[in-house]
Every structure is written in structure tokens, then in C-alpha cells.
Design a protein around this ligand. Structure first.
Ligand SMILES: Cc1cc2nc3c(=O)[nH]c(=O)nc-3n(C[C@H](O)[C@H](O)[C@H](O)COP(=O)(O)OP(=O)(O)OC[C@H]3O[C@@H](n4cnc5c(N)ncnc54)[C@H](O)[C@@H]3O)c2cc1C
Length: 443
């Protein structure tokens, strides 16, 4: 193995960069601030409930081509249960429901037809859906990059069914941004890659174990086994740049790590203090960093004695909560049923107390599912995880300034879900960015 590369940040972008570096015959050295790898997609051990809890509920898509490759390498692909065909059970505030299941017919009709037969959707909306669906499927040139999802689909009525069961939930789930602000270009790309590309790749993937057993821990073992190094609890505080090249990074107690090549696989807020002293040299990246704002996700983990009998996953329509999914491993660890309720773009909910959030959840369960959390499900425990900076807010403006991996400093490259991968800031974007970063070093 020849050249060393230091990778700062052991989230999925850093893990992907490390695996790509190994592939290229380089020796990766991963420096991670926290006590484990995985970043935002990891689990924490919750002492009070004596079980791991994911940092936030994560769903994958069968179309996450690069992530699936990474999982295959780590030997953990079988820990994600993929739907054979996309299924989502939409439930409206008064309890009416739509069970959406993609058909087993060629794309894009596998996705469009189940919507076109719904009597709740007006003819005008159906026509718009066919036009937009075919346009995306045929890969017509992108419309104006400045369009929001709302501008793009121009819903005929503020509460049109299609807006409520398709565009708004998708904007929230995929972009963590309401459709009124979300970038249409990014949603189109996600659509093209995912739901519309093939009926086999339209399904959602549900982790069957806690996230650290799927990503972080197997990645650490893989990197060590193949000759790389991993330093945890190692927060990098400073970069040493001389003559337009990175010489070293400085960690805890002033420890210096010299390096011929550096990948900064960090989210924008963690990158900012490191780049501040070099803002002039890296003005384009620095200016982009000033544009990003963050959007929270709130995940409520509940443990119940009785199971929820409704088909899952549930997407709550027009509700402060968006998804309800089953956590199968909780039962093996605790003997209770585990569920996660997710709220995206959740600034209002994130500002509420735990009691206020649980009161709203009880109301939604009662109204939408006809279930009393205590009487019917025998709620045993709950744990609320508020991730205030879950992702960047993915507006057209933010999308337009996402930087590329390569920087003006030839041996310094960037990775992270927010780098310009042309996909929304998700696991897949993080994994793609890690590969792009190593390839930008021209290994
Ligand atoms: C609650 C929640 C739910 C989500 N749901 C989904 C989902 O369903 N599907 C999906 O595809 N995506 C989802 N995402 C997004 C997904 O988690 C991220 O896109 C992805 O994990 C980002 O990976 P990353 O490596 O770019 O960044 P991160 O995971 O943030 O990794 C950065 C790493 O750098 C470390 N670090 C920071 N500063 C330093 C420093 N100075 N020195 C050393 N290390 C440092 C951090 O500790 C961290 O480990 C969700 C995110 C959240 C928060």
C-alpha cells in the first residue's frame, strides 16, 4: 500500500472514502470526533432502556446503488429488509386511508397507475402527474434550477390529494424540506433514480438491526482488517496549510497528523471552524458555507407491549408526524414491540417539551389509528431524539451553491451528504461524495 490519506469524519461519507481509498491501494487513516463511526447514521446505547437507539430512524431505498455496494462490502446488506415493491399506507387525519402499492408492470406505470386509479385524485391532477411522471422518466432536460417543488407541480387546490400523499410527503422524506421551499431539481433526480427507474428498485429498505451494527462497527473492522487505521475520540481542531498544500491536521492535545492528502468528510457546521483561517484561499467553499441552514428531524421511539395491527409503514397525511415504522430488533433485545415515529422539517416540534410531543402523538394515534397508546398498546417506554441539524435545508439556492469535492488546494478534497452529488443530502449522497473525494485526488 503506498500513499496515505487522512479522512477527517467517520460518518458515511468518511467510511465510503476510506473504502474507496483501500480500493485504490491507498492507506486510509480515519479521525473521528465521537466514540464510534457512523456519524448521523449510528446508534447510541440508552442506559435507561438497556438497548441501543438509533440517532434517528433511517429508511433506505432499493435504488441507493452506491450504498448497497458499500453494504455488500461490509457484509451487512442482508440486515436491510427491502420491500419487493413500494408499499406505503397513507392515513388521513380523520382515519381514512389509502394503501399505495406499486404494480408489477414496467416503469413508470408501476408507480403512476396505482395513483391514476384512485377516485380521490382529480382528473386535472392525474393529467399533471402523467405529464410530470413521463417528463422525469424520459429524462427531459431539467427545468429551471430555481424552481421549488410547489412551483413545479402547481397544485390545483391547496389541499389536493396528490399534494398531500405524494409531493409533500416526498419533499419532507427525501429533502427534509417542505415542498414550498424544496428544490424541484433534487426531487426530480431522486424520483428518477428511485421510484420511477424500475419496479424492482422502487421499494423502501428497513434496517433490521440498530444502525451501528449495519454501518459503523462493520466499517471500523473492515478498515482495520484491510490495513487502514481508525482513531476515535479524535476531534480535529486545525489544518496546517503551507505553500498551497495541506501539511497536517491538529487533533486533541495538539497532536499533529502529517499527511500527503486530506479528505474533510464533515457537515457544513463542523467544517466552518476548520476553514475559517483559510477563508481567503478557499473563498468559494467558504461563501457556500454561509448559505446553508439546517432542518431538524424528531424521532420518537416507542416500546409497547401490544403490536400495532395496521400495515406498516404508515405515512400520516397532514400531521405533525410523518412516518410510523416497526423496529424489529427491539423485540429481541427487550421483549417489547418497538416503533419509530418520525417528523421531518420539524422545527416546531423540536421546540416542544417531551410531554407536549407525547400529547400530540397520543392525539394522532387516537384520531388516525383509533388507538390509545396506553390502553390499547400498553406503552412501556418512549425516547425522543431531536436532531436539530439533521440535514441542510434543500432549497434551490442551497442546491446551486453545493461545492464540488475538489478544492483550490490540490491535496485537500471534501466529502459529505451536502457536497454537489446532484442527489438530495441522504445516505446515498454521503456515500457517493466519499467515492468522488478519493477519485478527485486522482489515486
Ligand atoms: C434523524 C435523521 C434521520 C435521517 N433519515 C434518513 C433516511 O431515512 N434516509 C437517508 O438516506 N438519510 C437520512 N438521514 C441523513 C443521513 O443520516 C445523512 O445524510 C448521512 O448520515 C450523512 O453522512 P456524512 O458522513 O455526510 O455526515 P455525518 O454523518 O454528520 O458525519 C460526519 C462525522 O464527522 C465527525 N466530526 C465532526 N467534526 C469533526 C472534527 N472536527 N474532527 C473529527 N470528526 C469530526 C462527526 O462526529 C461525524 O461522525 C437522516 C439524518 C438524520 C439526522
Amino acid at each position: 500500500m503506498s500513499k496515505e490519506v487522512i479522512i477527517v469524519g467517520g460518518g458515511l461519507a468518511g467510511i465510503s472514502a476510506a473504502l474507496e481509498a483501500l480500493e485504490c491501494g491507498m492507506r486510509p487513516i480515519v479521525l473521528e470526533k465521537s466514540h464510534s463511526l457512523g456519524g448521523r447514521a449510528r446508534s447510541l446505547y440508552a442506559r435507561d432502556v438497556k438497548a441501543p437507539i438509533d440517532h434517528g430512524q433511517h429508511l433506505l431505498s432499493a435504488s441507493y446503488h452506491h450504498t448497497l455496494q458499500l453494504l455488500q462490502k461490509l457484509g451487512t446488506l442482508s440486515l436491510i429488509a427491502f420491500q419487493k415493491r413500494l408499499f406505503i399506507h397513507f392515513i388521513f387525519p380523520e382515519g381514512q386511508s389509502i394503501a399505495f402499492r406499486a404494480y408489477n408492470i414496467p416503469p413508470p406505470f408501476h408507480f403512476l397507475l396505482p395513483l391514476l386509479v384512485r377516485p380521490e385524485i382529480s382528473w386535472k391532477e392525474k393529467l399533471g402527474l402523467i405529464q410530470n411522471g413521463l417528463r422525469i422518466f424520459q429524462q427531459k432536460p431539467p427545468q429551471r434550477a430555481s424552481l421549488t417543488v410547489e412551483d413545479w407541480i402547481r397544485p390545483p387546490r391547496p389541499h389536493s390529494t396528490l399534494k398531500m400523499i405524494l409531493w409533500q410527503p416526498l419533499s419532507l422524506a427525501v429533502l427534509n424540506t417542505p415542498m414550498e421551499e424544496a428544490s424541484a431539481r433534487l426531487l426530480r433526480n431522486a424520483f428518477r433514480m428511485g421510484f420511477l427507474s424500475s419496479n424492482k428498485r422502487s421499494g423502501l429498505g428497513f434496517p433490521q438491526k440498530d444502525l451501528s451494527q449495519i454501518f459503523g462497527e462493520p466499517a471500523r473492522k473492515y478498515i482495520l482488517k484491510h490495513g487502514g487505521s481508525v482513531y476515535i475520540r479524535t476531534q480535529i481542531r486545525r489544518l496546517i496549510i503551507e505553500n498551497d498544500r495541506v501539511k497536517a491536521v491538529v487533533g486533541p492535545q495538539g497532536k499533529v497528523f502529517e499527511t500527503p492528502a486530506l479528505v474533510l468528510a464533515l457537515p457544513p457546521d463542523a467544517l466552518q471552524p476548520l476553514l475559517k483561517p483559510h477563508a481567503d484561499r478557499l473563498a468559494d467553499v467558504w461563501n457556500a458555507l454561509q448559505v446553508f441552514r439546517f432542518s431538524p428531524i424528531v424521532t420518537i421511539n416507542i416500546w409497547t407491549q401490544r403490536p400495532i395491527e395496521h400495515p406498516l409503514p404508515i405515512a400520516f397525511v397532514d400531521s405533525p408526524f410523518h412516518w410510523l415504522v416497526h423496529l424489529p430488533w427491539v423485540f429481541h433485545r427487550t421483549g417489547f414491540q418497538g416503533y419509530a415515529v418520525v417528523s421531518s422539517a420539524a422545527s416546531r416540534l423540536a421546540a416542544c417539551s417531551a410531554e407536549a410531543i407525547m400529547e400530540q402523538l397520543r392525539n394522532v394515534f387516537q384520531r388516525c389509528l383509533g388507538l390509545d397508546l396506553d390502553r390499547d398498546l400498553h406503552l412501556k417506554q418512549y425516547k425522543i431524539i431531536k436532531e436539530k441539524r439533521a440535514t441542510i435545508i434543500q432549497t434551490p439556492r442551497a442546491d446551486s451553491v453545493r461545492p464540488r469535492s475538489r478544492t483550490r488546494i490540490s491535496n485537500l478534497v471534501l466529502a459529505g451528504d451536502w457536497i454537489q452529488t446532484h442527489f438530495p443530502a441522504t445516505i446515498e449522497s454521503a456515500v457517493i461524495s466519499g467515492k468522488m473525494a478519493i477519485r478527485s485526488l486522482r489515486c
